[in-house]
Design a protein around this ligand. Structure first.
Ligand code: FAD
Length: 402
């Protein structure tokens, strides 16, 4: 009888692992039935939303050290370099382009092309698709698995890749493994906007370039980039990359909106303006330095009326305004809302994982890949690259051992 490999989760990692398993089976002359179970009626729904619909499928410079606390653990998976993963996509028929930040996209900037290429290749390789198939439990006995869903399935190997709760309505990936006693590190939203304690609704729609720092009791982390103000939240890639570090109440986000100048230089520039235009309203004081809405926010936060005349400003006022431009601070709240997160911190605890084979130490025939593992990376193609590289590791190992 043919051995049976069941992949649970038809997202980026699941589709890619099905293809890699089929390639490996073909190469090693093994006859394996490969099925892919997906709870939705269609596979790859999250993939369609990636990169604002353009799908930034990997980053050519991705390295193990980009994966925060998991940096050392993930090293074996990096044997599959970003170039080698891109090459597999190219061989499947996806034409890719790379931007100046090493982010790789399909040439037509359509995420649906990435999904189609994966689906067509999996179909060509006779992967059996089981859609609308929500797995609820897995039992292990005598080296075989029984997978519980509307209909039970027996299989020899599993690749488990249900993703994370990020941007998902009803996540069950942790519950399914409960019966097997697999430990999960608690999930928390990552790559998401940060809500502020202060009311910053007046800044909605503003975008400003700068350097953002997150200051927590134990560390300060900074990134340059574009800060976007949304409905009482700050966003933008630099903020999203730092969001995973906001774990407890009391963290501060401080933005330097004039990195080119020191506080003193800024104060001099503002003083000169004040001398030239004493009769103008204060709301025009920071013209060409920061966005008008930011100027008004800064003035109000210092108790200065935007409608008052510039001539009324004291030296100390000007000093404080210059300081605020370089230290615009908000108290940010730990993210709780998975619906706005692109990825999640947490997942199957790294101490449960054999990263050489992307399998569980307690159940070597149960492989895992993608976001269900406690591994996450920054924006820029790092999370999909992890999904694909870990999927290849899991698939090759599952087929070799079967
Ligand atoms: C809006 C958005 C934009 C993003 N943009 C990018 C980007 O441009 N570049 C990048 O690198 N990363 C991006 N990411 C992150 C990236 O999408 C994920 O890291 C990646 O999809 C993870 O792949 P995965 O296969 O592990 O999980 P998923 O893609 O989430 O797939 C998991 C699949 O498993 C299925 N499933 C879950 N539970 C069960 C069950 N019990 N039974 C059966 N099936 C189940 C789910 O329905 C789902 O289809 C983005 C994420 C979001 C939300």
């Amino acid at each position: 009888m043919k051995k049976r490999l069941l992949i649970i989760g038809g997202g980026a990692a699941g589709l890619f692992s099905a293809i890699c398993a089929a390639y490996q089976a073909e190469q090693s002359g093994k006859e394996i039935e490969i099925s892919l179970a997906e709870s939705n009626e269609r596979t790859g729904q999250k993939l369609l939303r990636t990169g604002n619909g353009k799908c930034n499928l990997l980053n050519r410079t991705a390295k193990a050290c980009d994966y925060f606390e998991a940096a050392r653990d993930v090293l074996p998976v990096f044997a599959h370099t970003p170039e080698s993963i891109e090459e597999i996509f190219n061989k499947m028929g996806l034409v890719t382009v790379c931007d100046s930040a090493s982010r790789v996209y399909p040439k037509n900037e359509c995420a649906s092309s990435v999904l189609n290429v994966l689906r067509f290749e999996a179909e060509r390789l006779n992967v059996k698709f089981l859609t609308g198939f929500a797995v609820t439990d897995i039992k292990s006995s005598g080296g075989l698995f029984t997978v519980k869903a509307a209909e039970d399935i027996k299989c020899d190997r599993i690749i488990y890749c249900p993703g994370s709760p990020a941007s998902v309505k009803d996540y069950s990936g942790d519950r399914v493994l409960k019966g097997l006693g697999v430990e999960f590190s608690p999930f928390s939203p990552a790559l998401c906007p940060l809500n502020t304690k202060e009311n910053i609704k007046s800044l909605k729609g503003v975008r400003a370039k700068g350097r953002v720092s997150i200051i927590t009791p134990d560390k300060t982390l900074s990134q340059k980039g574009e800060i976007q103000f949304t409905d009482n939240a700050v966003s933008g890639i630099c903020v999203m990359n730092l969001s995973r570090f906001v774990r407890e109440n009391g963290a501060q986000l401080s933005a330097d909106l004039a990195q080119e100048f020191s506080v003193r230089e800024l104060a001099d520039i503002i003083s000169d303006k004040a001398k030239k235009f004493p009769l103008l309203e204060c709301e025009f004081l920071l013209e060409s330095i920061v966005n008008k809405k930011i100027c008004i926010y800064i003035l109000k936060s210092l108790g200065i009326s935007p409608a008052s005349k510039i001539s009324a400003l004291s030296r100390e006022n000007i000093q404080n305004i210059a300081h605020k431009i370089k230290n615009l601070s908000f108290t940010v709240l730990p993210p709780r809302d998975f619906s706005r997160a692109q990825t999640a911190r947490g997942g199957i605890s790294r101490k449960e994982i054999d990263f050489e084979h992307m399998s569980l130490i307690k159940y070597p025939n149960l492989h895992i890949c993608g976001e269900v593992a406690d591994v996450d990376g920054p924006c820029g193609g790092y999370n999909l690259y992890w999904a694909f590289a870990s999927a290849k590791t899991a698939a090759e190992s599952a087929v070799n051992d079967i």
